[in-house]
Design a protein around this ligand. Structure first.
Ligand code: SF4
Length: 180
């Protein structure tokens, strides 16, 4: 959870008005988007490339997978996912053999497995990769990753997303759409 797209969220979406502005923005967007971004699989690949770029950032943190930050009811914070992140998380969940989001009643992340470990760790969202509890060094500052957030938002726009959504509804929506 963290900086990620929670801060980018709906408020982070770029709003344009007027045909000239829209065209100019579209031209700019096309420069920033991978040319081969045509289908959901491409969106997943582009999202994973952003995660890989994030991993290269020289920002040291020491997560020991306590999963305290996965207890949303306790932290009062929930990661928000753009469309590419939701597609990636849903793919990760399908890889576990599940076709539905597990229900939870304890206020924890629905992707936190019964053994207390993230079921989609390699496919976890951007927010989960940028949020660290105080003991682990604290969350990334938005300025440290804002370029990556913009790329996630670009993918969201390209795939008709509505901006970042809470993790449960974002993943459930993609699973319902049956996208892979
Ligand atoms: S997706 Fe994984 S790491 Fe992120 S909050 Fe859920 S269980 Fe925790």
């Amino acid at each position: 959870m963290g900086v990620g797209v929670r801060l980018g969220g709906r408020s982070g979406r770029v709003k344009v008005s007027g045909e000239r502005t829209t065209n100019a923005f579209s031209a700019l967007l096309s420069l920033r988007m991978p040319a081969n971004l045509q289908n959901p699989a491409d969106a997943v690949a582009a999202t994973q490339a952003i995660y890989a770029d994030l991993a290269q950032r020289p920002i040291e943190r020491g997560c020991t997978r306590l999963t305290e930050c996965c207890q949303f009811r306790l932290t009062g914070r929930t990661p928000f996912l753009t469309k590419g992140e939701a597609l990636t998380a849903a793919k990760g969940l399908r890889a576990t053999g599940r076709t539905k989001l597990p229900e939870r009643t304890d206020g924890a992340c629905p992707l936190l497995g019964p053994e207390g470990r993230c079921m989609i760790y390699d496919a976890r969202p951007f927010g989960c990769r940028t949020h660290f509890c105080a003991a682990a060094g604290g969350p990334y500052a938005r300025r440290e990753v804002v370029d990556l957030i913009r790329r996630l938002e670009d993918i969201d726009q390209k795939f008709g997303g509505e901006g970042a959504l809470p993790i449960g509804s974002a993943v459930a929506r993609v699973l319902k759409e049956g996208r892979r």
